[in-house]
Each structure stands twice: as structure tokens, then as C-alpha cells.
Design a protein around this ligand. Structure first.
Ligand code: ITT
Length: 196
């Protein structure tokens, strides 16, 4: 079964492709389709934004779509950046801008800076919506470490680890990540359905 992954985030697309490797579900990314649409994320929840991305891409290709809306929730910042994680430091900001803003804001709080990554995974095929959540708890550090991954990975240390997510390889991140958890549940559901 061919499924379009509705993301423009290359790091995310690669993670999702790896997660579905070895199954009979073929993940096609927007980059594979040479589609550079930027779906405006007008929702106020991960669920709304994930569904918005899935439905927009479904209307173009009329193929089953999976999407993810994800973000970082920092306890001392009242859950920010949350759904605004991608553009926390402003429109067209870089990952580095976001990391610097978070680090600056956390300077006035004591360690540990508890946080969690959240991923809302959605499947949409024009009729049915499947939705699963995955979370990765951890803490924020004040100096960037590591070159793998994307986004806030260099300043996030998952519980049970000494390394940041950016110091773990993609294979290691894909065992523990919020996205691995949400898409694992989604994958199992799709495979269970396909085998009937
Ligand atoms: P798409 O909407 O095209 O999928 P995006 O990067 O805008 O790509 P989101 O709207 O879901 O994706 O925003 C997620 C942001 O949250 C992302 O840009 C990062 O800043 C952060 N984020 C999510 N998952 C992350 C991860 O695994 N590691 C580091 N940062 C992550």
C-alpha cells in the first residue's frame, strides 16, 4: 500500500520512512513527489494541525496520507513552545534561533528543566481518521550538543540517557522517540487491518 507522508520536514520524513521499512506500506514523501506546499498550521492543537496537513495532501493525491504534528512542551514555560515549536522564534526562523530563544527563557529558572516531546500521528484516507499520540519525557540543557536529528534535539536529554537526542544516531532516536511511539501504534493498526 502506498501512503503519502505529509511533511516538508526532511528529518521527520526520514524518521517515518525508517519506521515503516520492512512493511508492505510504502512511504512516499512530499519531497519524492516534488511537492513543496506549505500547509498553514492554523489549528490550536496538535490534532487539528495534523489533520489539516493530512486532509490538504489527501485532496491533492487522493491517496492515503499520514501526517504528524509535533512539538516540545517545557514545564517551566507552561507548556511552551508546544504547537508553536516550529516557528517559536518567529516566521522563517532557524532551529538555532528556536534553541537560543528557549535557552534564554530558561535562564531564569532552576534546573532540571522538565520537558517532553509530543507527536500526534494521523492517518486519513478520505473516509477514516486514525490518530495516535506518542511522548518522550526528558529535560532541557543550556548548551547545544550533537549534530544528528533536527529542531530542539541538541538541547534535549531524554530520561534514562546522558546524551542529547542530537548525539544519538537516527536508529537510536527511532527506538525511543515520541514519533516512533505514535507511528508504531499507527503502523500496527494499519498492518492489522491490511491482514484481514
Ligand atoms: P511539517 O509541518 O511539514 O511536518 P514541521 O517541522 O513544521 O514540518 P511541525 O509543525 O510538527 O513540523 O513542528 C514540529 C516542530 O517541533 C519542529 O520544527 C521542531 O522544532 C520541533 N520538533 C518536533 N519533533 C522534534 C524532534 O524529534 N526533534 C527535535 N525537534 C522536534
Amino acid at each position: 500500500m502506498k501512503v503519502v507522508c505529509a511533511t516538508q520536514n526532511k528529518g521527520k520524513a526520514q524518521e517515518v520512512k525508517n519506521l515503516f521499512e520492512g512493511t508492505d506500506i510504502e512511504i512516499v514523501s512530499l519531497a519524492d513527489l516534488k511537492n513543496n506546499i506549505d500547509v498553514e498550521e492554523t489549528g490550536t492543537t496538535f490534532y487539528e494541525n495534523a489533520l489539516l496537513k493530512a486532509k490538504t495532501i489527501y485532496e491533492i493525491y487522493k491517496l492515503p496520507v499520514i501526517s504528524d504534528d509535533s512539538g516540545l512542551e517545557i514545564k517551566q514555560l507552561g507548556g511552551r513552545p508546544g504547537v508553536y515549536s516550529a516557528r517559536y522564534a518567529g516566521e522563517n526562523c532557524t532551529y538555532d534561533d528556536n534553541n537560543k530563544k528557549v535557552t534564554e527563557e530558561l535562564k531564569s529558572y532552576r534546573q532540571p528543566h522538565r520537558a517532553k516531546f509530543v507527536s500526534q500521528a494521523i492517518y486519513y484516507d478520505g473516509k477514516e481518521i486514525l490518530s495516535f499520540i506518542g511522548e518522550l519525557p526528558g529535560r532541557m540543557i543550556d548548551k547545544q550538543r550533537g549534530n544528528f536529528g533536527f529542531g530542539y534535539d541538541p538541547i534535549f536529554v531524554p530520561d534514562g540517557f546522558a546524551n542529547t537526542l542530537a548525539e544519538l544516531t537516527l536508529e537510536e532516536k527511532n527506538v525511543i522517540s515520541h514519533r516512533a511511539k505514535s507511528f508504531e501504534k499507527l503502523k500496527n493498526k494499519l498492518m492489522e487491518r491490511n491482514s484481514k
